[in-house]
Design a protein around this ligand. Sequence first.
Ligand code: SF4
Length: 197
Amino acid sequence: AAIASCRANDEPIEIERGWRDSAIGQDLKRVRNVKPLWSKFGTVVGVALGGLDMWTNQLFGFSFFGTLKHGLTDAQSLEPAAQHKKIDYPKPDGVLTFDRLSSVFLSNTNHEEDQPIHLQVKNPELQRTSELDVFAGPSTRYCPAGVYEWVEKDGKPVFVINAQNCVHCKTCDIKDPNQNINWVPPQGGEGPVYPNM
Ligand code: SF4
C-alpha cells in the first residue's frame, strides 16, 4: 500500500527519534557507560565507576565521562575458539527455557519458499576456513532462530542457511567475525508476525 501511494522512498527517520525519546531509550542512555567502564577498569573499579555514573545520570542527567566508546565492535571482540573452553549448555527444560525452533514457531515467522536471498554470504570459502575452523561456527549459537547449521556432506562441512526461519534480528550481520554475512531486508515485510508476539 505504501508503494502504491508513492511512498517507496520514505526513510524511517522518526523511528530513531521515537525510540531515543521513549522510556527504553532514556534508560539505555543512563547506563551507556557501564560496560565501557567495566572493560576499561576491570570488575572492582569499573563496576564502582559504573554505579557512580548511573547515579549522576539518574539524579542530575549528567555524566563525568560523557559517552564512552566500547573500543571494539562485536565482530572484532570474538576470539578464536582455541583460546577458550567449550561451553556445554544445558538442554532446555520446557518450563523456563525453550528450544529455539519452538520459539521460532511461536513468532509465526513466514517467508515465501522462493524468496530472494536476504542472508548473503560474501565469501563461502572464508566461512569455512575462518568462521568454522578458527571460531568453531558461532553462527550456530548466536542466531536465535537456528538459521545457520554446519552439516557434513560427502565428508566435507557445508554451511546450511534455513532462511525461512529468520526473525530478522540482524545479529549475524553484526556478530560474524569476518563481517562475511550481509543481512538485507526481506521482500515485502516477510518475517515474524510481531503483533502476535
Ligand atoms: S538476522 Fe537474526 S534470526 Fe536472521 S539469520 Fe541473522 S541472526 Fe538469525
